[in-house]
Design a protein around this ligand. Structure first.
Ligand code: MG
Length: 210
C-alpha cells in the first residue's frame, strides 16, 4: 500500500525523507491557476486557503467547498503540477549516497496518481501518502538506526512534528517563493532554512558528513 511503511526497505545508509507538495512539485502557483479556470481567485491575505478563496462576487468559499476544490486539483494533478527548478537533479544526487522516501500529505485516494506523476519525472523513490502527523512516520521508518537522517518540508508544523519524534534529524525548511508564504510562521531556531534546492542539498550533504 502507498499508505503504510511495509513496502519500504531501507539500505544501510543515510535517509532523506522529503515532502512533495510545494517542495518537489509546485502546489500554490498551479492551484491558483486552477482556481482561475474554475472562476475563483486566491487572495494572499493570510497563511490559509479557507477564507482566502473567493468567487467572482468576492464571497469567500467555505471549508467544504475548498476541500472539494483541492480534491479536484489532486485528481487533475498531472495536468497542473510541475517540479521546482533543480528538484529532480538534487534528489538524484542525494539518492547516490542516501535512501530517499517521499512523505506526501495528501488524501491516500490520490496516491496512485501522485505515484504515476513522480515515476514519470524519474522520481521512482518509495512514497507514503498520509494525512497523519509526519513525526511518528519518520520515527517508525528510521527507528533507532545509527545513521544520519534528514527531513525536508515547506510546513513549519511538519518540521516541528519530525523534530519532536526524531531529535537527531536534520530539519530543512524549503518554502516556495509565492505570495501566501509571506504569512507563514517562522520555523524554530534549530531548523535549517534553504532558499532553493541547491542549498537544501548542500545542507543535507553537510549534515551527512558530520
Ligand atoms: Mg508541502
Amino acid at each position: 500500500m502507498l499508505t503504510d511503511l511495509d513496502h519500504i526497505r531501507l539500505a544501510d545508509r543515510p535517509l532523506v525523507v522529503c515532502d512533495v507538495d510545494d517542495v518537489v512539485l509546485q502546489f500554490a502557483t498551479p492551484f491558483e491557476a486552477f482556481l482561475v479556470e474554475r472562476g475563483y481567485r486566491l487572495l494572499p491575505r493570510s497563511f490559509k486557503l479557507t477564507g482566502n478563496i473567493v468567487d467572482a462576487a468576492d464571497n469567500a468559499l467555505d471549508a467544504v467547498a475548498v476541500k472539494d476544490l483541492i480534491h479536484d486539483f489532486f485528481i487533475e494533478q498531472e495536468r497542473w503540477q510541475t517540479p521546482f527548478a533543480e528538484a529532480i537533479d538534487s534528489l538524484h544526487a542525494l539518492a547516490d549516497t542516501a535512501d530517499l522516501v517521499f512523505l506526501t500529505a495528501m488524501p491516500p485516494r490520490h496516491a496512485e496518481v501522485r505515484r504515476r506523476l513522480l515515476d514519470r519525472l524519474t522520481l521512482s523513490y518509495p512514497m507514503i501518502s498520509s494525512e497523519e502527523p509526519k513525526g511518528p512516520f519518520v520515527a517508525a521508518l528510521h527507528g533507532g538506526r545509527p545513521l544520519p537522517v534528514a527531513f525536508i518540508d515547506d510546513m513549519v508544523a511538519n518540521l516541528r512534528s519530525v523534530g519532536e519524534h526524531v531529535p537527531d534529524c536534520a530539519l530543512v525548511y524549503l518554502p516556495p517563493d509565492v505570495a501566501i508564504f509571506r504569512f507563514a510562521p517562522d520555523p524554530e531556531q534549530h531548523v535549517l532554512r534553504a532558499r532553493d534546492w541547491a542549498e537544501a542539498r548542500w545542507l543535507i550533504e553537510a549534515h551527512f558528513r558530520r
